[in-house]
Design a protein around this ligand. Structure first.
Ligand code: 8X3
Length: 807
C-alpha cells in the first residue's frame, strides 16, 4: 500500500488521524428535522413536501466546519458518522440501540438519541415507510424467494430486492452546471418556467406548478444552508488566535456567502460549491453507492488553469484542497440499518467515484494536467476515498496508462479501469446521444451515468443464480431451506438421463428466477415514486426542469432508463454446468446420482467425487468449452431482459456487480457441482471462481471476451477482479506488463477491470495480526476497504481468489 507521505500534508493527516478506524456515530438531526416538516405538510404534492423538509433541515440542522478544514460543510457531527432516512425504514428503529454490537459495520448512538428516534421520530413513520409498503405489497409467490421473515428485513438471498434500504440508485449530478451558473441562476430558470405555465390548465397548475415551487425552495434551501456556514466561519474566525487559521476562516466565510449561489470564480470556489452539493444531496436522499463526483478533471480544469496562470494556486495547493475533500468524504458513512443492506455493503462501503481521463464529448482524448494530479494524490495519500475511476480508450496516452499502472502497483486497489470502447457504443446502441455517451461519468462500483439524460433511479434486483443450480440438483429445493419448494420441481437430478434433460431443468429454474425478479422490480418501480422525491437532483437535471417532473417519477419524457439486474454466481454456475456436462454426460466419470449424493453431504466421505468435479474445464482460463457455456447463459439473460424490458420502455439489463453480496448469497447455497463447499462465497461479478483461473490474467480477460454476447445490447457492467502477486509487477518491466495488459483489456472492449496486488501470505498475516495491518487496503468489488474492517468470511473470499504469479 501507499507510502506515508506526511511532509507537506500535515493538515490532511491531522484530519485523517482524528477519525481513522473509529466506530462511526449516528447523527439523528436530519431525521428529526425532515420528519418535523413532513408532519406539517401532509396532503401536499410529495416533491413540494420534500423541498420544504429539506429547507427545514437547512434552517435547523447543526452546521459544522471540521477543525483545520479548508472547506465547510458536513451532513452530521464531527468524526465518522452516518445519518438516518426514516422515510425508508423508520418502522424498525428499535434495532438502533444494538448497532454498536453488530459484527459488520457497527455504529454508535447514545441512549438519549435512541430515545428521541424511537419515541419522537419513528412513531410518525410507522405504517408509512417505503419498506413496509413494499413488504405488504409483495405477493406470496415472490415473498418465497425474496424474504425469510414476515417483516421483510431478512433476505432469502435468492431474489433480493435492494430498494427497501435505499431511496435511489447511485447517481451523478451535473456539477458543471452548478459551477458555471450557481443556484441563483438555476432558481431564476425555475421561476421562469413557473411563469410560463398555463394558469388555466389543471395539469400544469396541479402537477407542474408545485414541482417548480419545489425547485425554487430547494435552491433557496441550499443557499441558506451554505450561508449558515459563512456565519459559523466568521464566528470561529473571531475566536481564533492563530493568524493563519483566522485568515483561512475569513476566506471560507466569504466563499460560503457566495457559493453555491453564484458561479464559481476560482478553484477554491469550485471545490466548496461542489462539496456543498454533495453534502446537501446526502441530506436529500440515500443513494446507496452514494452520489458520485463526476468528471472532476474536466469540470475543475478551467478553474485550475486560470488560477495557476494567475499565480493564485499551485499544484500542491490544489492537491491539498482535493485531499481535504477526500478526508471529509471519508467521514460520511453510508449507514445500513437494514440487516440485508448491511450484508451487501460490508466494510463501511461507499464509493463516490471520481472520474478521470476518457474522451471529450467530441471524441478527443480528455486527459490533462489535473488528471495526473488526481493519480499523484492517489499514490501519495493512503486513503480509500475517493474511489478513483479512470476512463480508458484506444487512444489513451501512454503516460496516462503508465501512471495508472504505477498507481495500481501501490496495491491499494486504485484506480479502477472503465472502458470507453465498451460503454460508449453500447450506450448509443441503447439510444443515448453520442456526445452525452462520450461524456459519461463513472458511478457506483463500475457503472456509468449520463447526468442529464438518464432517469432510472430504483434500487435494482440481485439474483442468486447459484440457487438455480442448487434447485436443479435438489428438485426445486435448497438444503438451507429444507423441504420448502423455493424454485420449481423439475425432477430428481439423479434421474436425468442426458445433458439436454439436465440443462433444460436448469434453464427452467433460471428462467423462474428471472420471472420473479422482473415482477419484483416492477412492483418496486411502481411504489417508489409514491414515497420519494428528489428536488435537488431534479433541479440539476435538464429533463426534469424541462418537463416539470421529479427525477423519482416512474418515467420522464425523453429520459433514458438504463438499469440492470444482478447476476450473482456466474463462475459458480458456469463451472457447475461445465462439470455436469463434461464429467457426467460426456466422459461418464461420475453418475448424476453420485454427484447429488456428494453435494447433499458437502462432499464429506466423497472427496474423490469432489476432486473429479474440480477437474472440469472452468471459466477464466480461455477454455472454449467453459466459455461457450458462459456465453449461452449470458445470452439467456439478455434475451429475457430484451423481451421484458422492451415492453416497459426501460433497459433492465444483465449486470455482474456483486458489491459484497456474493458472500451472504453463498451462505445460503449448499455444495455446488464445481466442487465449491457449502455456504462459502460464490464467484464474484464476472470473475472466475476462487482458484479456478489457472492460466494467468490474459486468459481471464479472454474468457470474459469470449463469454460476452457482443452483438446483443441488453447487457451492462461486468465487474472483473484480478489478483496479482507483487513480484509480477516489480520494476519497470512490471509497469510495462501492466500497461500491456490494460491495452489488451481495452482492445477486447471489456467493461471494467481492477486489481489486488498482494500476497496470500500478507493477507493471512493481516488476518492473524489485525493491529499490525490497520491500514491495509484491499479491493473488494468496485471499491477498496480496510482489510481489518471486513468480516472473516469476506477476508477469506479475498484470500481464496487466485493469485496470479505470472503475466
Ligand atoms: C454499486 C452497486 O447496486 O448500487 O455499483 O448499483 S448498485
Amino acid at each position: 500500500n501507499s507510502v506515508d507521505t506526511r511532509e507537506g500534508r500535515e493538515r490532511v493527516y491531522e484530519m485523517l488521524d482524528s477519525f481513522h478506524m473509529t466506530t462511526p456515530f449516528i447523527d439523528i438531526e436530519r431525521a428529526r428535522f425532515f420528519t418535523e416538516s413532513m408532519k406539517k405538510t401532509e396532503g401536499q404534492p410529495l416533491v413540494l413536501r420534500w423541498a420544504k423538509a429539506l429547507k427545514n433541515c437547512a434552517e435547523k440542522m447543526s452546521v459544522y466546519i471540521t477543525p483545520k478544514s479548508l472547506i465547510a460543510g458536513r451532513s452530521g457531527k464531527l468524526g465518522r458518522y452516518g445519518i438516518l432516512y426514516p422515510e425508508i425504514d423508520g418502522d424498525f428503529y428499535s434495532i438502533l440501540k444494538d448497532l454498536d454490537k453488530r459484527e459488520k459495520s457497527p455504529f454508535k448512538i447514545t441512549p438519549e438519541e435512541v430515545d428521541i428516534v424511537v419515541n419522537e421520530i419513528a412513531p410518525y413513520w410507522e405504517g408509512k415507510t417505503y419498506h413496509e409498503h413494499l413488504n405488504g405489497a409483495m405477493p406470496d409467490d415472490l415473498r418465497g424467494v425474496t424474504y425469510d421473515d414476515d417483516h421483510g428485513l431478512k433476505s432469502k438471498f435468492v431474489v433480493s430486492e435492494t430498494s427497501s434500504y435505499r431511496s435511489a440508485l447511485q447517481w451523478v449530478h451535473d456539477y458543471d452546471k452548478v459551477l458555471k451558473r450557481g443556484f441563483n441562476d438555476i432558481k431564476r430558470e425555475a421561476l421562469e418556467k413557473m411563469a410560463e405555465l398555463d394558469a388555466e390548465s389543471p395539469v400544469q397548475t396541479w402537477e407542474k406548478r408545485p414541482f417548480y415551487e419545489a425547485m425554487v425552495i430547494i435552491c433557496d434551501a441550499i443557499v441558506l444552508w451554505a450561508r449558515r456556514h459563512a456565519d459559523l466561519a466568521r464566528e470561529q474566525a473571531e475566536a481564533e488566535t492563530d493568524k493563519i487559521r483566522k485568515a483561512e476562516l475569513l476566506a471560507m466565510a466569504d466563499r460560503c456567502e457566495r457559493m453555491p449561489a453564484e458561479p464559481a470564480k476560482d478553484f477554491r470556489d469550485a471545490i466548496q460549491s461542489q462539496w456543498f452539493v454533495q453534502m446537501f444531496s446526502r441530506i436529500e436522499q440515500k443513494a446507496s453507492a452514494i452520489i458520485s463526483n463526476g468528471r472532476m478533471d474536466q469540470y475543475l480544469l478551467p478553474f485550475y488553469e486560470q488560477d495557476i496562470k494567475a499565480g493564485i494556486l499551485t499544484p500542491e495547493q490544489a492537491k491539498e484542497l482535493l485531499e481535504n475533500m477526500w478526508v471529509e468524504m471519508a467521514q460520511f458513512i453510508d449507514l445500513y440499518i437494514n440487516p440485508t443492506g448491511n450484508e451487501f455493503n460490508e466494510g463501511y462501503a461507499h464509493w463516490e467515484a471520481v472520474t478521470i481521463g476518457g474522451q471529450t464529448p467530441d471524441g478527443d482524448d480528455a486527459t490533462n494536467e489535473l488528471t495526473y494530479l488526481f493519480l499523484e494524490s492517489k499514490r501519495e495519500f493512503p486513503l480509500n476515498y475517493p474511489d478513483l475511476a479512470t476512463r480508458i480508450h484506444s487512444n489513451s496516452p501512454e503516460r496516462f496508462l503508465a501512471e495508472i499502472a504505477e498507481t495500481i502497483k501501490d496495491g491499494s486497489g486504485f484506480p479502477k479501469l472503465i472502458n470507453d470502447e465498451e460503454i460508449i457504443p453500447l450506450y448509443t446502441a441503447k439510444g443515448a446521444p453520442l456526445d452525452q455517451a462520450m461524456d459519461y461519468s463513472v458511478s457506483g462500483c463500475t457503472e456509468a451515468r449520463m447526468p442529464n439524460c438518464e432517469t432510472y433511479t430504483s434500487g435494482c434486483v440481485y439474483i442468486n443464480f447459484a440457487t438455480a443450480m442448487e434447485m436443479t440438483m435438489h428438485n426445486g429445493r435448497m438444503l438451507k431451506y429444507g423441504e420448502e419448494v423455493v424454485g420449481l420441481e423439475t425432477g430428481e437430478a439423479g434421474e436425468f438421463k442426458s445433458w439436454d434433460e439436465f440443462y433444460e431443468a436448469y434453464l427452467k429454474q433460471h428462467n423462474n428466477l428471472l420471472v420473479k425478479a422482473f415482477r419484483q422490480q416492477y412492483i418496486v418501480d411502481s411504489l417508489r415514486p409514491e414515497h420519494f422525491a428528489s428536488p435537488l437532483a431534479s433541479v440539476l437535471h435538464d429533463l426534469c426542469m424541462k418537463e416539470g417532473m421529479d427525477l423519482q417519477s416512474q418515467t420522464i419524457p425523453g429520459g433514458l432508463e438504463y438499469s440492470y439486474f444482478e447476476f450473482l454466481g456466474y463462475g459458480t454456475v458456469v463451472d457447475s454446468l461445465s462439470a455436469i456436462k463434461k464429467l457426467v454426460f460426456e466422459d461418464k466419470k461420475l453418475t448424476m446420482q453420485e454427484v447429488v449424493d456428494a453435494l447433499k453431504v458437502n462432499f464429506e466421505g466423497h472427496e474423490e467425487t469432489r476432486e473429479i468435479l474440480r477437474s472440469a474445464p472452468c471459466y477464466g482460463n480461455n477454455d472454449s468449452y467453459a466459455d461457450a457455456i458462459a456465453k449461452k447463459i449470458d445470452c439467456v439473460c439478455q434475451e429475457y431482459a430484451h423481451k421484458y424490458s422492451e415492453e416497459r420502455g426501460v433497459n433492465l439489463d444483465v449486470r455482474y456487480v456483486p458489491i459484497t453480496s456474493h458472500v451472504p448469497f453463498g451462505k445460503v447455497v449448499s455444495a455446488t457441482p464445481n466442487g465449491r463447499e457449502a455456504w462459502t462465497a460464490l464467484s464474484d461479478g464476472a470473475s472466475a471462481s476462487h482458484g479456478a483461473d489457472q492460466k494467468g490474467p490474459t486468459a481471464v480477460l479472454m474468457s470474459n471476451y469470449h463469454s460476452k454476447n457482443r452483438g446483443m445490447k441488453n447487457r451492462a457492467s461486468r465487474l472483473l477482479n484480478v489478483k496479482l502477486s507483487p513480484k509480477v509487477v516489480e520494476g519497470e518491466a512490471g509497469t510495462q506488463k501492466l500497461v500491456d495488459l490494460i491495452r489488451t483489456w481495452c482492445d477486447l472492449h471489456l467493461w471494467h477491470l481492477q486489481f489486488n496486488i498482494i500476497n496470500k501470505k500478507t493477507l493471512l498475516e493481516a488476518q492473524a495480526n489485525p493491529d499490525k495491518y490497520r491500514s491495509l487496503l484491499v479491493r473488494i468489488a468496485g471499491y477498496s476497504a480496510y482489510f481489518c474492517d471486513l468480516s472473516r468470511d469476506l477476508q477469506n473470499d479475498i484470500i481464496n481468489r487466485t493469485e496470479h504469479v505470472q503475466m
